[in-house]
Write a protein that binds this ligand. Structure first.
Ligand code: ADP
Ligand code: ADP
Length: 232
Protein backbone atom coordinates (compact mmCIF):
# COMPACT_ATOMS: atom_id res chain seq x y z
CA UNK A 1 0.00 0.00 0.00
CA UNK A 2 1.33 3.49 -0.87
CA UNK A 3 2.48 5.46 2.20
CA UNK A 4 0.08 8.33 1.45
CA UNK A 5 -3.45 7.60 0.23
CA UNK A 6 -6.29 10.12 -0.08
CA UNK A 7 -9.63 8.66 -1.04
CA UNK A 8 -12.55 10.93 -1.90
CA UNK A 9 -11.29 13.59 0.47
CA UNK A 10 -13.24 16.81 0.96
CA UNK A 11 -12.45 19.62 3.38
CA UNK A 12 -14.82 22.52 3.92
CA UNK A 13 -14.09 25.71 5.85
CA UNK A 14 -17.07 27.54 7.32
CA UNK A 15 -20.78 26.92 6.93
CA UNK A 16 -23.66 27.97 4.69
CA UNK A 17 -23.34 30.18 1.63
CA UNK A 18 -19.93 31.53 2.66
CA UNK A 19 -18.36 28.09 3.06
CA UNK A 20 -15.19 27.33 1.09
CA UNK A 21 -14.70 23.87 -0.30
CA UNK A 22 -10.90 23.79 0.03
CA UNK A 23 -10.68 20.16 -1.14
CA UNK A 24 -13.39 18.67 -3.31
CA UNK A 25 -13.40 14.87 -3.65
CA UNK A 26 -9.65 14.41 -3.98
CA UNK A 27 -8.37 10.92 -4.65
CA UNK A 28 -4.64 10.36 -5.09
CA UNK A 29 -1.75 8.40 -3.66
CA UNK A 30 2.00 8.81 -3.40
CA UNK A 31 3.96 5.64 -4.21
CA UNK A 32 6.80 4.70 -1.86
CA UNK A 33 10.07 6.27 -2.94
CA UNK A 34 8.54 9.11 -4.91
CA UNK A 35 8.76 12.88 -4.76
CA UNK A 36 5.43 14.53 -5.50
CA UNK A 37 5.11 18.26 -6.17
CA UNK A 38 1.72 19.79 -5.41
CA UNK A 39 1.14 22.87 -7.53
CA UNK A 40 -1.74 25.13 -8.49
CA UNK A 41 -2.96 28.71 -8.12
CA UNK A 42 -3.11 30.44 -4.75
CA UNK A 43 -6.18 29.23 -2.85
CA UNK A 44 -6.48 26.00 -4.85
CA UNK A 45 -6.10 23.84 -1.74
CA UNK A 46 -2.40 22.91 -1.75
CA UNK A 47 -1.75 23.68 1.92
CA UNK A 48 -4.98 22.03 2.94
CA UNK A 49 -4.05 18.89 1.02
CA UNK A 50 -0.66 18.77 2.74
CA UNK A 51 -2.23 19.28 6.16
CA UNK A 52 -4.89 16.60 5.78
CA UNK A 53 -2.42 14.12 4.24
CA UNK A 54 -0.19 14.65 7.27
CA UNK A 55 -3.03 14.27 9.74
CA UNK A 56 -2.61 17.88 10.89
CA UNK A 57 -6.12 18.76 9.77
CA UNK A 58 -9.33 16.71 9.70
CA UNK A 59 -11.38 15.85 6.62
CA UNK A 60 -15.13 16.31 6.19
CA UNK A 61 -15.51 13.38 3.80
CA UNK A 62 -13.36 10.57 2.51
CA UNK A 63 -10.37 8.98 4.16
CA UNK A 64 -6.64 9.49 4.57
CA UNK A 65 -4.20 6.64 5.11
CA UNK A 66 -0.68 7.46 6.31
CA UNK A 67 1.93 4.69 6.36
CA UNK A 68 -0.82 2.10 6.25
CA UNK A 69 -2.77 3.66 9.14
CA UNK A 70 -6.29 4.92 8.43
CA UNK A 71 -6.44 8.29 10.18
CA UNK A 72 -10.25 8.42 10.27
CA UNK A 73 -11.54 8.50 13.78
CA UNK A 74 -8.15 8.62 15.48
CA UNK A 75 -8.02 10.90 18.51
CA UNK A 76 -5.31 13.60 18.85
CA UNK A 77 -3.03 11.38 20.92
CA UNK A 78 -3.10 8.57 18.38
CA UNK A 79 -2.67 11.02 15.50
CA UNK A 80 0.37 12.52 17.17
CA UNK A 81 1.85 9.08 17.66
CA UNK A 82 1.30 8.11 14.02
CA UNK A 83 2.84 11.39 12.84
CA UNK A 84 5.84 10.99 15.11
CA UNK A 85 6.48 7.43 13.98
CA UNK A 86 6.01 7.84 10.26
CA UNK A 87 6.23 11.47 9.20
CA UNK A 88 8.27 14.62 9.45
CA UNK A 89 7.72 18.19 8.35
CA UNK A 90 9.61 20.98 6.65
CA UNK A 91 7.72 24.24 6.87
CA UNK A 92 8.58 27.56 5.35
CA UNK A 93 9.04 29.22 8.70
CA UNK A 94 11.71 26.63 9.61
CA UNK A 95 10.42 26.27 13.20
CA UNK A 96 13.93 26.15 14.59
CA UNK A 97 14.52 26.67 18.30
CA UNK A 98 16.55 29.89 18.66
CA UNK A 99 18.26 28.88 21.90
CA UNK A 100 19.51 25.54 20.57
CA UNK A 101 22.54 24.90 18.38
CA UNK A 102 22.26 23.40 14.90
CA UNK A 103 23.21 19.97 16.26
CA UNK A 104 20.63 20.24 19.06
CA UNK A 105 17.91 21.42 16.68
CA UNK A 106 18.55 18.51 14.35
CA UNK A 107 18.52 16.06 17.29
CA UNK A 108 15.25 17.39 18.68
CA UNK A 109 12.91 14.77 17.13
CA UNK A 110 14.98 11.98 18.71
CA UNK A 111 14.82 13.76 22.04
CA UNK A 112 11.04 14.23 21.77
CA UNK A 113 10.57 10.59 20.80
CA UNK A 114 12.62 9.56 23.83
CA UNK A 115 15.14 7.86 21.58
CA UNK A 116 18.86 7.72 22.13
CA UNK A 117 20.85 10.35 20.25
CA UNK A 118 23.52 8.77 18.08
CA UNK A 119 26.14 11.51 17.60
CA UNK A 120 27.55 9.82 14.50
CA UNK A 121 24.14 9.64 12.88
CA UNK A 122 23.58 13.34 13.55
CA UNK A 123 27.05 14.20 12.23
CA UNK A 124 26.43 12.19 9.08
CA UNK A 125 23.18 14.04 8.34
CA UNK A 126 24.80 17.42 9.05
CA UNK A 127 27.57 16.46 6.66
CA UNK A 128 25.09 15.52 3.95
CA UNK A 129 23.44 18.92 4.06
CA UNK A 130 26.78 20.73 4.21
CA UNK A 131 26.37 22.00 7.76
CA UNK A 132 29.11 20.01 9.54
CA UNK A 133 31.17 23.14 10.16
CA UNK A 134 28.18 25.01 11.59
CA UNK A 135 27.00 22.36 14.09
CA UNK A 136 27.69 24.61 17.08
CA UNK A 137 26.02 27.74 15.72
CA UNK A 138 22.57 29.00 16.62
CA UNK A 139 19.84 29.66 13.98
CA UNK A 140 20.20 33.46 14.19
CA UNK A 141 23.82 33.10 13.03
CA UNK A 142 22.79 31.29 9.83
CA UNK A 143 21.54 32.45 6.44
CA UNK A 144 18.02 31.59 5.31
CA UNK A 145 19.30 28.78 3.12
CA UNK A 146 21.37 27.34 5.95
CA UNK A 147 18.36 27.47 8.28
CA UNK A 148 16.25 25.65 5.72
CA UNK A 149 18.92 22.96 5.47
CA UNK A 150 18.83 22.55 9.26
CA UNK A 151 15.07 22.03 8.99
CA UNK A 152 15.60 19.42 6.29
CA UNK A 153 18.37 17.65 8.22
CA UNK A 154 16.02 17.47 11.19
CA UNK A 155 13.20 16.13 9.01
CA UNK A 156 15.27 13.32 7.50
CA UNK A 157 17.36 12.32 10.54
CA UNK A 158 14.93 9.72 11.79
CA UNK A 159 14.29 8.47 8.24
CA UNK A 160 10.52 8.70 8.49
CA UNK A 161 8.48 7.05 5.76
CA UNK A 162 7.03 10.37 4.61
CA UNK A 163 8.41 13.90 4.55
CA UNK A 164 5.85 16.69 4.15
CA UNK A 165 7.32 19.95 2.88
CA UNK A 166 5.44 23.24 2.46
CA UNK A 167 7.28 25.59 0.09
CA UNK A 168 10.68 24.25 1.19
CA UNK A 169 12.47 26.51 -1.30
CA UNK A 170 10.17 29.53 -0.92
CA UNK A 171 12.68 31.78 0.80
CA UNK A 172 15.81 30.55 -0.95
CA UNK A 173 17.94 31.82 -3.82
CA UNK A 174 18.13 29.66 -6.95
CA UNK A 175 21.37 27.90 -6.04
CA UNK A 176 20.39 27.08 -2.47
CA UNK A 177 16.97 25.96 -3.66
CA UNK A 178 18.61 23.53 -6.08
CA UNK A 179 20.77 22.11 -3.28
CA UNK A 180 17.71 21.61 -1.06
CA UNK A 181 15.76 19.91 -3.87
CA UNK A 182 18.70 17.65 -4.67
CA UNK A 183 18.88 16.66 -1.03
CA UNK A 184 15.18 15.78 -0.96
CA UNK A 185 15.47 13.83 -4.20
CA UNK A 186 18.51 12.04 -2.78
CA UNK A 187 16.49 10.96 0.27
CA UNK A 188 13.89 9.51 -2.06
CA UNK A 189 16.44 7.72 -4.23
CA UNK A 190 18.75 6.33 -1.56
CA UNK A 191 16.40 5.73 1.37
CA UNK A 192 13.14 5.15 -0.44
CA UNK A 193 11.49 7.94 1.51
CA UNK A 194 8.33 9.51 0.14
CA UNK A 195 8.20 13.28 -0.18
CA UNK A 196 5.04 15.35 -0.64
CA UNK A 197 5.99 18.94 -1.37
CA UNK A 198 3.86 22.02 -1.96
CA UNK A 199 5.59 24.49 -4.23
CA UNK A 200 4.98 27.51 -6.42
CA UNK A 201 8.35 27.09 -8.07
CA UNK A 202 8.25 25.61 -11.60
CA UNK A 203 11.92 24.63 -11.28
CA UNK A 204 11.07 22.55 -8.20
CA UNK A 205 8.61 20.56 -10.29
CA UNK A 206 11.45 19.34 -12.49
CA UNK A 207 12.84 17.49 -9.44
CA UNK A 208 9.57 15.68 -8.87
CA UNK A 209 8.57 12.19 -9.99
CA UNK A 210 4.94 13.19 -9.88
CA UNK A 211 3.09 16.43 -10.25
CA UNK A 212 -0.31 16.97 -8.70
CA UNK A 213 -1.96 20.08 -10.06
CA UNK A 214 -4.91 21.48 -8.08
CA UNK A 215 -7.55 23.92 -9.27
CA UNK A 216 -10.42 24.95 -6.97
CA UNK A 217 -9.76 22.06 -4.60
CA UNK A 218 -9.85 19.40 -7.30
CA UNK A 219 -7.10 17.42 -9.00
CA UNK A 220 -6.94 19.10 -12.42
CA UNK A 221 -3.92 17.11 -13.58
CA UNK A 222 -1.72 14.35 -12.27
CA UNK A 223 1.38 13.49 -14.21
CA UNK A 224 4.56 11.50 -14.12
CA UNK A 225 7.99 13.04 -14.31
CA UNK A 226 8.16 13.36 -18.08
CA UNK A 227 5.17 15.69 -18.23
CA UNK A 228 5.83 17.58 -15.01
CA UNK A 229 7.98 20.31 -16.57
CA UNK A 230 5.46 20.85 -19.38
CA UNK A 231 2.54 21.58 -17.08
CA UNK A 232 4.56 23.71 -14.67
P1 ADP B 1 -3.31 27.12 -1.28
O1 ADP B 1 -2.35 26.46 -0.34
O2 ADP B 1 -3.38 26.47 -2.61
O3 ADP B 1 -3.06 28.59 -1.38
P2 ADP B 1 -5.22 26.68 0.83
O4 ADP B 1 -5.27 25.22 1.07
O5 ADP B 1 -4.41 27.51 1.77
O6 ADP B 1 -4.78 26.94 -0.68
O7 ADP B 1 -6.69 27.26 0.82
C1 ADP B 1 -7.74 26.70 0.01
C2 ADP B 1 -9.00 27.50 0.24
O8 ADP B 1 -9.45 27.30 1.57
C3 ADP B 1 -8.79 29.01 0.10
O9 ADP B 1 -9.98 29.56 -0.43
C4 ADP B 1 -8.56 29.47 1.53
O10 ADP B 1 -8.92 30.82 1.70
C5 ADP B 1 -9.46 28.52 2.30
N1 ADP B 1 -8.93 28.25 3.65
C6 ADP B 1 -7.77 27.61 3.96
N2 ADP B 1 -7.62 27.48 5.27
C7 ADP B 1 -8.71 28.06 5.82
C8 ADP B 1 -9.15 28.25 7.16
N3 ADP B 1 -8.44 27.82 8.21
N4 ADP B 1 -10.34 28.88 7.35
C9 ADP B 1 -11.08 29.32 6.31
N5 ADP B 1 -10.73 29.16 5.02
C10 ADP B 1 -9.56 28.54 4.78
P1 ADP C 1 -0.16 29.19 1.78
O1 ADP C 1 0.37 30.35 1.01
O2 ADP C 1 0.91 28.20 2.18
O3 ADP C 1 -1.37 28.55 1.19
P2 ADP C 1 -1.79 30.78 3.46
O4 ADP C 1 -1.18 32.11 3.74
O5 ADP C 1 -2.83 30.64 2.40
O6 ADP C 1 -0.59 29.77 3.18
O7 ADP C 1 -2.39 30.17 4.77
C1 ADP C 1 -1.63 30.13 5.94
C2 ADP C 1 -2.49 29.49 7.01
O8 ADP C 1 -3.72 30.21 7.16
C3 ADP C 1 -2.88 28.06 6.68
O9 ADP C 1 -2.74 27.27 7.84
C4 ADP C 1 -4.31 28.13 6.23
O10 ADP C 1 -5.04 26.98 6.64
C5 ADP C 1 -4.82 29.37 6.95
N1 ADP C 1 -5.76 30.09 6.09
C6 ADP C 1 -5.69 30.27 4.76
N2 ADP C 1 -6.76 30.94 4.29
C7 ADP C 1 -7.52 31.22 5.37
C8 ADP C 1 -8.75 31.91 5.56
N3 ADP C 1 -9.44 32.44 4.54
N4 ADP C 1 -9.22 32.01 6.81
C9 ADP C 1 -8.55 31.49 7.83
N5 ADP C 1 -7.39 30.82 7.72
C10 ADP C 1 -6.88 30.68 6.51
Amino acid sequence: QPPVVLSGVSRRYGDGPTATLALDDVTTSCPAGSLTAVMGPSGSGKSTLLHVAAGLDRVDAGSVTLAGVDLSGLDETSLTRVRREHASFVFQAYNLMPALTVRQNVSLPLLLAGREIDRNQVSEVLDRVGLAALAGRRPAELSGGQQQRVAIARAVLTRPAVVFADEPTGALDTQTAAAVLELLRDQVRTLGQTVLMVTHDPVAATYADRLLYLVDGRVAAETGRADAATIA
